[in-house]
Write a protein of this length. Structure first.
Length: 265
């Protein structure tokens, strides 16, 4: 389904909500904001095309839920002080905006050349990305936010499903709690998987709702890894990067894979 057709579907289903909507044809972005506060969210429609083509009703329900919860969250005042256990890190691509729609700088820190870490206040069904205004209002420092986020992240479990392809084993974390990709920041988890791997450990964060570990044991494994990462990247509602990473000596290095060739360092 083309982005313009998705836009028309959303318009029809949101016509009775107290929202203002707009559409940017150049980047296929759909903006939804609260009529009173003018605060809202922007949804990139192009990555949703495959989902709508596969199951239109399910995809529509998911996007409408995301929009309504997101706009309501943006319009709700955030009281972080005393609720630091609700702060978590979220991973976004480096192309993600560094300011809110109101022009306030979002709290973020460097991660890799492909990704950046933002900080979210969890509201249950959704979350709000924290910005510099929140720091000022709550009299908190960014370091305190970062420390709380990483501490809380370590408390999240990482249940995995595995699959073996051509002698290579892949492990998937997909809890849909909003922080699957964020678990790449859990150094203890990465070290645990590194010890478990029989070959080269790889880590992929193609979109927000999945973390993929790869135990690459032969040449074919790199081709499978590249195809898998790109496939997940194309289907994610919050895509991050199609490039997987090698994990060596506690460092993440992006892998540029040529077909049938193991990447050279």
């Amino acid at each position: 389904m083309k982005p313009l057709a998705i836009k028309r579907l959303l318009d029809e289903n949101l016509k009775d909500d107290p929202f203002i909507t707009s559409y940017n044809r150049d980047n296929e972005a759909y903006r939804v904001a609260d009529k009173e506060t003018k605060k809202g969210i922007t949804v990139s429609l192009n990555p949703l095309a495959d989902k709508f083509k596969k199951d239109e009703k399910k995809a529509l329900d998911e996007v409408l839920h995301y929009i309504r919860e997101g706009v309501n969250a943006m319009s709700t005042s955030v009281g972080v002080k005393g609720k630091e256990n609700q702060i978590f890190p979220v991973i976004r691509s480096t192309s993600f905006p560094e300011e809110s729609s109101e022009g306030v700088k979002l709290l973020s820190s460097e991660h890799t050349a492909e990704s950046r870490v933002y900080y979210a206040f969890d509201l249950g069904k959704t979350y709000v990305l924290l910005n510099e205004d929140h720091l000022a209002q709550e009299q908190l420092t960014q370091k305190e936010i970062e420390e709380a986020a990483l501490f809380n992240l370590r408390s999240l479990k990482a249940p995995m499903k595995s699959d073996t392809v051509a002698g290579n084993t892949f492990y998937f974390v997909n809890t849909n709690d909003g922080y699957d990709a964020s678990r790449i920041l859990n150094e203890a988890l990465l070290k645990e998987m590194d010890k478990k791997a029989k070959g080269q450990l790889t880590v992929s964060i193609p979109h927000q709702d999945v973390l993929i570990f790869g135990d690459i044991q032969n040449e074919r494994g790199y081709d499978v890894l590249a195809q898998m990462a790109f496939s997940f990247y194309a289907k994610g509602t919050s895509p991050i990067t199609a490039l997987p990473f090698m994990y060596e000596k506690s460092e993440l290095e992006p892998i540029f894979i040529l077909a049938q060739r193991k990447p050279k360092e």
